[in-house]
Design a protein around this ligand. Structure first.
Ligand code: PAP
Length: 316
C-alpha cells in the first residue's frame, strides 16, 4: 500500500522531513520516529501503536536484528514458563517449534496484516518481541510498567551476521555495501547505534523497567545471564531449583548447539516468513575478524565511538 494511504488511513503523519531513501536493492525506506522502515513495517507499527493494549505483566524483548533475538526469545520462554514446561520435558515447545513462533514480533509479524491480532485472548504473562527503538515502543505501551529486556551486540558481529543472512536473498551484496549502509544509518531498523542508545538511556532513567543485556556477556557468563533476567522478570530461581540444575538445563535447551540441530529449526518457515535455519549460523563472538579488513573495522569502530560519546556505553 502507498505510504500516503497508510498515513491517511491511520490518520497519523510519518515524519516527512526526510525524503524516502532507497536501500541497496532500490526498495524505498521511510523514516518514522527516527528509524528507517519499509512501508509495510510502518503500517504495522502504526497498527501496533494504535491498537496494542499492554498489560502490566507483559514482557517485551527488544533488540536490533542479528543481536541475539532468537537466543533471548528461547531463554525468556524457557525461564518464564519453566513451571509449565520443565526444560527436560520431551514435549517442551522449544524442541518442536522455532523460538520466533513462540515469542512473536509485534511489528514484523502480529500487526503486519492485522490491526487486532487477538492478543487479549492470550494468557499472562505474554511475551512479545520488537526491533523498534525505545521511543517507538514506549508510545505503544501507554505508561504500562510492563518489563522490557533489551539485548545488544558488537555492531561488527551484527553486520557480519546480517551480511551472511541478506547475501542469501540479495545477489552482489558486498561487505562494502553493508558497511556504507551502516555508516549512513539508512537501513531497515537503522540507524543502529541510535537504537542501542535509545534503550541504554532508558535503562539509566528506568521510567519503564528495562534490563539492558549484551550478547557477549551472555556468552561469557551464561549462568548469570539467565539468573539476571529471571530476577528482573520476577521469577527468580529458588535455591532448590539452582541445586537441581535447572539453570544448566535451560542453558542446554536454549544453546546454539541444541537449537540449531533440532529438526524443527532445520526445516520450516517462521510466522514472519523467514526459514527457521536462517536464524542460526555460527553463534559466538568475534566472527567479524574473519571477514573485515583492519580498515573496515576501524571505520565502524570510529562511527560507533563517535555516536556513543558521552553516553557511558562502550563496546570494547
Ligand atoms: P534475528 O534478528 O533474525 O532474529 P538474531 O537471533 O537476533 O536474528 O541473531 C542471529 C544471530 O544469533 C546469529 O549469529 P551469527 O550470524 O553471528 O552466527 C545466530 O547464529 C545467533 N544465534 C541464534 N541462536 C543462538 C543461540 N541459541 N545462542 C547463541 N547465538 C545464537
Amino acid at each position: 500500500m502507498a505510504i500516503s494511504k497508510i498515513c491517511h488511513q491511520m490518520n497519523t503523519k510519518v515524519d516527512c522531513k526526510f525524503k524516502p531513501e532507497k536501500d541497496f536493492t532500490g526498495r524505498k525506506l521511510y523514516n518514522y520516529q527516527g528509524s528507517w522502515y519499509y512501508p509495510n513495517t510502518v503500517q504495522a507499527i502504526l497498527n501496533f501503536q494504535t491498537h496494542f493494549q499492554a498489560r502490566d505483566s507483559d514482557i517485551i524483548l527488544a533488540s536490533l536484528p542479528k543481536s541475539g533475538t532468537t537466543w533471548l526469545k528461547a531463554l525468556a520462554f524457557a525461564v518464564v514458563h519453566r513451571n509449565k514446561y520443565a526444560p527436560n520435558l520431551e514435549s517442551h515447545p522449544l524442541l518442536s517449534d522455532n523460538p520466533h513462533n513462540l515469542v512473536r514480533f509485534l511489528e514484523l509479524d502480529l500487526y503486519v496484516k492485522n490491526q487486532c491480532p487477538g492478543l487479549e485472548e492470550l494468557p499472562s504473562p505474554r511475551i512479545f518481541a520488537t526491533h523498534v527503538p525505545f521511543q517507538t515502543l514506549h508510545e505503544s505501551l501507554r505508561d504500562s510498567p510492563c518489563k522490557v529486556v533489551y539485548v545488544c551486540r558488537d555492531i561488527k558481529d551484527v553486520l557480519i551476521s546480517r551480511w551472511h543472512f541478506r547475501s542469501k536473498l540479495v545477489s552482489n551484496y558486498s561487505l562494502g555495501d553493508i558497511i556504507d549502509e551502516y555508516i549512513k544509518g539508512v537501513c531497515f531498523f537503522g540507524p543502529f547505534q541510535e537504537q542501542v542508545l535509545s534503550y541504554w538511556k532508558e535503562s539509566l532513567v528506568n521510567s519503564n523497567p528495562l534490563l539492558f543485556m549484551r550478547y557477549e556477556e551472555m556468552i561469557e557468563n551464561p549462568d548469570a545471564q539467565v539468573i539476571r533476567p529471571a530476577d528482573f522478570l520476577g521469577c527468580s530461581f529458588s535455591e532448590e531449583e539452582k541445586q537441581s540444575g535447572m539453570v544448566e538445563k535451560i542453558l542446554e535447551l536454549c544453546s546454539f548447539g541444541n537449537l540449531s540441530n533440532l529438526e524443527a529449526n532445520k526445516t520450516g518457515t517462521s510466522t514472519c516468513g523467514i526459514p527457521h535455519h536462517g536464524f542460526f549460523r555460527k553463534g559466538g563472538v568475534g566472527d567479524w575478524k574473519n571477514h573485515l579488513t583492519d580498515d573496515m573495522a576501524r571505520k565502524l569502530d570510529e562511527m560507533v565511538k563517535k555516536k556513543l560519546e558521552g553516553s557511558g556505553l562502550k563496546f570494547e
